[in-house]
Design a protein. Sequence first.
Length: 137
Amino acid sequence: MPELTALTFENNIIEDQSAVCALFSNLKTFDKLESLNIRGNNFSKQVFSALCEGIDGKKELRTVDLGENELDDTSIKNLSQALKQHVRLHMLFLDNNQITSRGASAIAECLKGKQDLRVLNIDNNQIGTEGALKLAE
């Protein structure tokens, strides 16, 4: 089977999301996955949980784009756990979601030690002063 290095799954309207859950859960089988673009889908929490499961421990993942997905703090906390060991992460796009200071704190904790990070986009969220201070630490 060919080795998947990038997955773009943008702006889809999918009624039965069980197939998407299976797809995202199977991402764990692709060791060389470097880029993930799941922008603008507004998937259920169940689908997002499958995505976090699929990318947990991916050492080569460098770009993650989850903008415009209405992700809340709980989803961001799960994502932060999944990305915690991704030391090579270069770009993380979380713009246009529903992240508050609690989610920003989870992101800040996840990003500690990520020396390769070059882009963090959290535009159009509600992180507030407290969240901004956590990210600045």
